[in-house]
Design a protein around this ligand. Structure first.
Ligand SMILES: [Zn+2]
Length: 127
């Protein structure tokens, strides 16, 4: 009986921490994926005289610039590898957004179209 009580106390203390660690590592992987996608886009533009792709399909980057499209995770929307052209910054979904209209005038804008905040309090769309 004492052992069961002790076990339930330990679980109550450590399970939430484990959940937070899992969420933090998924968020960290998402931020790393965002950086990898931006690097892949820069490499693409170097190979194409400074021009970024009109649309961002996985086949534009995989396998030449990336092994695979990274997973995007937000606490509110879960995970996705979807890449979609964007209608702007007012969307609220998970996946990778891409503003193609800027592709000839400088670095294309690749971002996470989610207005919710990550565990550090920063909106995903501002990452
Ligand atoms: Zn959101």
């Amino acid at each position: 009986m004492i052992l069961m009580s002790l076990l339930s106390i330990l679980l109550a203390v450590f399970l939430p921490k484990y959940g937070n660690m899992l969420r933090d590592s998924k968020e960290g992987a998402t931020l790393q994926g965002l950086g990898n996608l931006r690097t892949a886009l820069t490499l693409y533009s170097i190979d194409h005289d400074g021009v970024y792709p009109n649309t961002l399909l996985p086949s534009v980057l995989v396998p030449r610039y990336l092994k695979k499209i990274p997973e995007c995770y937000t606490r509110e929307h879960g995970s996705s590898r979807a890449m979609a052209p964007s209608g702007g910054f007012q969307e609220d979904r998970v996946g990778w957004g891409y503003l193609s209209e800027s592709h000839r005038y400088g670095p294309a804008r690749l971002y996470i179209p989610c207005v919710h905040k990550d565990s550090r309090g920063i909106p995903w769309s501002q990452r």
